[in-house]
Design a protein. Structure first.
Length: 294
């Protein structure tokens, strides 16, 4: 099955937060507003990633969120995250999502187990085989405790639905190693602040946390980064984005979105809590900077 969208036309994907109400249940009214705001900015939408606290939600919540957002019939593509440590559970999740009108998957590395090249290849091979849709692999060693080896990409080149890689190690040398190992693969920056650097190295776009708070501005930031003719992007955006990672993501962005009025509460699912960020001066300053940026 092919996506109805040309995914290369979407250089920005927003790793959407999951809004919670005062009882820490999913706030579907706010979720609708958030996804419509992203669609208005023409940003692709990623559901249930680490920014969306996917691992803190139940299977029933996963399914309800995907069905709910699909029913909104948005005019932008939807990508759904796949991540955990149990391969059979993740295959079952892919098979469920295959029945929904989504357009792509984000396949995360297996958590905690720290497999080598053979184990990583087996994990991704099984998920790619189960998927009916284009897939983006996700290299995020800071969360998975293991980096995808470039050899793994070479081992998977026979999968025609292996479309892209989200590179979030923060290391341009790793980006270059992936480009060499799989030159046909679209590589997206997983670090907002590094987008201008990754663009110069050939990145196809950005999977963004910042776009939750600043959807239009982040889209323009990506456009300018890819154009390569705007030399003053680095400091402004890096300083602003750094404030969104002062403590574990998505704590700061949810606190900011609450201050912006986008979220009714800054609530997160345990073990994360907005109480980790008692001082909001940096994110408020970043918000003022970015909203007046262009």
């Amino acid at each position: 099955m092919k996506s109805q969208y040309d995914l290369s036309n979407y250089p920005l994907w927003t790793a959407l937060v999951t809004p919670f109400d005062a009882n820490n249940q999913v706030d579907y009214d706010i979720l609708r507003t958030l996804v419509c705001e992203q669609a208005q900015a023409n940003n692709g939408i990623l559901l249930l990633g680490s920014t969306g606290e996917g691992l803190a939600l139940t299977t029933e919540e996963h399914q309800h969120i995907v069905k709910y957002v699909c029913a909104l019939n948005l005019n932008v593509p939807l990508m759904v995250a796949v991540g955990g440590a149990n391969l059979q559970e993740q295959i079952a999740w892919v098979e469920f999502c295959n029945t929904q009108p989504i357009h792509a998957f984000l396949l995360g590395s297996p958590l905690y187990a720290k497999p080598g090249i053979v184990g990583q290849t087996h994990w991704f091979d099984a998920l790619l085989s189960a998927s009916d849709l284009p897939c983006m692999l996700y290299n995020v060693p800071g969360r998975s405790a293991i980096a995808i080896d470039p050899q793994v990409l070479q081992n998977l080149t026979h999968h025609t639905n292996l479309w892209a890689l989200k590179e979030a190690s923060g290391d341009i040398a790793v980006f270059e190693a992936f480009r060499k190992a799989a030159p046909q693969l679209a590589i997206y920056s997983g670090d907002d602040g590094l987008m201008p650097y990754f663009a110069q190295a050939g990145a196809a776009g950005l999977v963004s946390v910042a776009a939750n708070a600043w959807p239009q501005q982040t889209a323009e930031f990506v456009r300018r980064s890819l154009a390569g003719t705007f030399p003053n992007l680095f400091t402004t955006w890096t300083d602003a984005v750094d404030s969104l990672f002062a403590v574990a993501n998505p704590i700061p962005v949810k606190v900011l979105m609450h201050a912006q009025g986008k979220l009714n509460t800054p609530n997160l699912r345990p073990p994360l809590t907005h109480l980790e960020l008692p001082c909001t001066q940096a994110i408020n300053s970043a918000n003022t900077t970015i909203l007046s940026w262009n």
